[in-house]
Design a protein around this ligand. Structure first.
Ligand code: GLA
Length: 388
């Protein structure tokens, strides 16, 4: 079951064979964007585009990680506290190993990574962090964490977020690591980390990822700026905001809060947080009632709010969503993830996947000169280890 090419490469690099396989999914977010760091409700779905890893424990204290995508091998010594982040992919494994209390001797491993998450905005970073956290957990406890071990998986998700915030230096929320470690499509309350599995779509409908091919160059600075704006809003509104976060502001208080925010852009940011939280609740009701028309409409409204109020979209994301909707084959489309480039998603009938893809592709290419990629995605299980 291990591809021959991997066996060969693994052997050449690490002089031996892998003993375990690990798959860690990417994710899309169906609705509830930029509100995880405001304590809000989100609806992420782990998808079949994944990072794959093959590994074995090596009886040393060193961790060797080879990434096919970057053509690079790094050696990490978790006992070396002097190693600093360097702004590259190795910061992610290193961050986990530094924070994951990996201080025991002879718990090292050799890991070969192949990724098929090749579009921006599908959370390859959380996928890699989750992979490292699960292998690290196994190294330290000897336990292969089951998919149903929800409490432990949520603790690992918090560790992943901490690694990204404190070591890598990105102030990301909790949505992505929870989605990747828990799997499936869930409705997640980011303040309490309570979640429920979302009812499956009727069998003839699916979500399509639409990759604009626009690199997310402003994503990290723009993202940090939004997180900072939310801090500013919190300090202006003070006690009017529940301790759990801006998204938990009661409906009756919202108008009051908006009145107090006289700075027009802070006012728009808060308006997005309030309206998006409301939309997630309505979207969960719509899915439960099999009302996909309503769900699609909420996706449209969410995109508009991200474009105009939160200002995290870009012309290509706006274009691809509008082409998808105007094809007549989509119930709704919106950007997914942090924005500033990357991917959008669209809800369509499965049987329309081909016609939808060709209509969107042709028009998008004609207008931008970029060749978009459209991929139908299925819900996938959370990060999982398989003994070989
Ligand atoms: C990125 C972050 C998440 C979340 C989304 C926007 O993916 O990592 O925590 O804030 O952006 O919803």
């Amino acid at each position: 079951m291990v591809p021959n090419s991997i066996l060969k490469e693994f052997n050449q690099r690490f002089d031996g064979s892998p003993t375990h396989y690990i798959r860690s999914p990417g994710r899309i977010n169906l609705i509830g964007e930029h509100i995880d760091y405001c304590g809000g409700l989100v609806m992420p779905m782990a998808i079949n585009q994944s990072i794959h890893g093959w590994y074995r424990f090596n009886q040393s204290s060193q961790i060797n990680v080879y990434s096919e995508q970057f053509g690079q091998q790094v050696a990490i010594n978790p006992l070396d506290v002097a190693q600093k982040p360097c702004g590259q992919w190795r910061d992610y494994p290193q961050g986990i190993l530094r924070l994951g209390v990996h201080r025991q001797l002879a718990k090292g491993f050799d890991l070969y990574i192949r990724s098929d998450i090749d579009a921006g905005g599908l959370s390859s970073s959380a996928s890699l962090l989750a992979m490292m956290s699960l292998i690290n957990h196994q190294a330290l406890t000897g336990e292969v964490l089951a998919l149903g071990a929800r409490g432990e998986r949520l603790s690992l998700a918090l560790l992943c977020q901490q690694a990204e915030n404190q070591f890598v230096g990105v102030p990301s929320g909790i949505m992505d690591p929870v989605s990747v470690l828990i799997g499936g499509a869930i409705v997640l309350a980011c303040q309490t980390l309570k979640f429920e599995q979302l009812k499956a779509l009727p069998p003839d409908y699916c979500f399509v990822v639409m990759d604009t091919r626009v690199p997310r160059t402003l994503a990290s600075s723009g993202y940090a700026q939004r997180v900072d704006e939310i801090q500013q809003i919190k300090s202006i509104l003070g006690e009017k905001i529940p301790a759990g976060g801006l998204a938990l502001c009661p409906e009756a208080e919202m108008v009051n809060c908006l009145d107090k925010l006289t700075d027009p852009s802070l006012n728009r940011r808060a308006r997005h947080i309030f309206s998006e939280q409301r939309r997630v609740k309505q979207a969960a009701d719509a899915i439960n009632a099999d009302d996909l028309e309503q769900f699609g409409q909420l996706m449209q409204d969410s995109h508009r709010s991200l474009q105009r109020d939160y200002e995290v979209s870009c012309p290509e994301l706006d274009l691809i969503c509008s082409l998808s909707k105007s094809s007549g084959l989509s119930l709704g489309a919106r950007m997914t993830g942090a924005g500033f480039g990357g991917c959008a998603i669209s809800l369509i009938r499965t049987r329309d996947a081909r016609s939808h893809a060709s209509l969107v592709k042709n028009r998008y290419m004609a207008e931008t000169g970029l060749e978009p990629r459209l991929i139908t995605c299925e819900p996938a299980t959370g990060t999982q280890i398989i003994e070989l």
